[in-house]
Design a binder for this molecule. Structure first.
Ligand code: MN
Length: 430
């Protein structure tokens, strides 16, 4: 089935600002609370949220094999389970309903009242129930920076790094949607030149500029997913801020990797942008040398040109853009990550989420964390208000934006924004 939604000439009868991340070519999926406090699955065009549950009940998806309640759910998991053919059929239909010359919904005032919401009338929720979350470490620039800082500049990459998309299993219970504030974590750290750890608030809270992809049911236990087929099992992508406490991380990570330094919170953008929508922005990934083992070998272009930016705003102040990076810098592709993840027979479910790892570009103004931007505190990052930062301070707001642009269209992810609150204080005495 062709991806009709990608026609750059297609226009919608809805008002869409020229620089919107959500033209009719995007058609992402999300979950929101309506003005009547009902949870529904929806999409977005311009600044309109569209209730897909209501559209389905009104008969607009006739002819597409969908269960009656597929969009009347509080997560996208079941819809994602329906598979790529269904995702594509539904996006093609939405594109038809909203294209300029189609009067069916456009001229039906009663239906429009039921189906359309402005963004200020709704509240975005987590789009999927994330059963399992894995975070990779797939930016060569990032891994090289970390290795240079913490080990040896001459041997910055670990011997396995160029052969394996390195990753670890994270925790999904603390993945929150954009807008949810995050508390500064407490934990154990080892102060410089001391032998014994102390307990207290982390002094080095950081963001990680990442994207993440959401999978469908991909395999049965024991069955690997071929790298050539892996993209068929990726529903779409979100922006991902993998909040990290560097001082806790430094003390705890040996020998099993990150634990409490990473699992206190991770924030995602609420609209899942499908791989189909990103198709016009497909680009080659960096050349891989040495050549990966055969099960990871790919032909063709398997990365995407996605501009990424991070804003940092102190309380009540205008934001400063502290870094600009791009998804195309990722050394390992999403297909390689998913194929590697399942090569041992690990089962992947609908709604599982896999983080890219911090995406750093080649230049110091494109690094994907404060740890790298401020180079372990030695190069404080200037803000527009005259302050500087080497880590995130209480009541700072961090916002990641992501978009794709060519000479015909622009589409994007919107943003993921979250405020770092001071350490949590219990409201009731125990
Ligand atoms: Mn991470």
């Amino acid at each position: 089935m062709p991806i009709k939604t990608n026609d750059p000439a297609r226009k919608t009868w809805l008002d869409v600002a020229p620089n919107s991340d959500f033209p009719i070519q995007n058609i992402p999926f999300g979950v929101f609370l309506t003005r009547d406090d009902i949870v529904t699955i929806g999409t977005r065009i311009g600044d309109y949220a569209i209730d897909l549950g209501a559209l389905h009940q009104l008969g607009y998806f006739e002819g597409i094999p969908l269960t009656d309640d597929i969009f009347l759910q509080d997560t996208l998991n079941d819809f994602i389970s329906d598979g790529k053919k269904t995702w594509r059929a539904v996006r093609n239909r939405i594109s038809e309903i909203f294209k300029k010359d189609n009067p069916a919904l456009q001229d039906n005032e009663e239906h429009k009242k039921i189906v359309l919401f402005t963004m200020d009338e709704i509240e975005m929720q987590l789009p999927v129930h994330i059963g399992d979350y894995t975070d990779f470490y797939s930016s060569k620039e990032h891994a090289t920076n970390i290795g240079t800082m913490f080990r040896d500049p001459k041997n910055a990459l670990m011997p396995n790094w160029l052969h394996i998309p390195v990753g670890y299993h994270g925790r999904s219970s603390t993945i929150v949607p954009s807008g949810t504030p995050v508390y500064r974590p407490m934990g154990q750290t080892l102060p410089a030149n001391e032998k014994k750890p102390i307990f207290g608030p982390s002094k080095l809270v950081d963001f990680e500029l990442e994207t993440a992809f959401i999978t469908t049911d991909a395999n049965v236990l024991g069955e690997p997913i071929a790298v050539s087929e892996a993209e068929d099992y990726i529903f779409g992508m979100v922006l991902f801020n993998d909040w990290s406490a560097r001082d806790i991380q430094k003390w705890e990570y040996v020998p099993l990797g990150p634990f409490l330094a990473k699992n206190f919170a991770s924030s995602i953008s609420p609209w899942i942008v499908t791989l189909d929508a990103l198709e016009p922005f497909r680009v080659p990934s960096p050349a891989q040398d040495p050549q990966p083992l055969p099960y990871l070998l790919q032909n063709g272009d398997h990365s995407f040109d996605i501009h990424l930016e991070v804003d940092l705003a102190p309380e009540g102040e205008a934001p400063t853009t502290v870094t600009r990076s791009n998804f195309k810098y990722m050394y390992w592709t999403m297909a390689q990550q998913l194929s590697h993840h399942t090569v041992n027979g690990c089962k992947v479910n609908s709604g599982d989420m896999m983080g890219s790892g911090t995406i750093s570009g080649p230049t110091p103004d494109s690094y994907g964390s404060m740890l790298e931007l401020a180079w372990q505190g030695t190069k404080p990052v200037p803000l527009n208000n005259g302050e500087t930062r080497t880590s995130i301070q209480d009541n700072d707001t961090v916002t990641i934006r992501g978009y794709c642009k060519n000479d015909q269209i622009r589409l994007g992810f919107g943003d993921v924004t979250s405020k770092l609150l001071p350490v949590y204080k219990s409201k009731t005495k125990r």
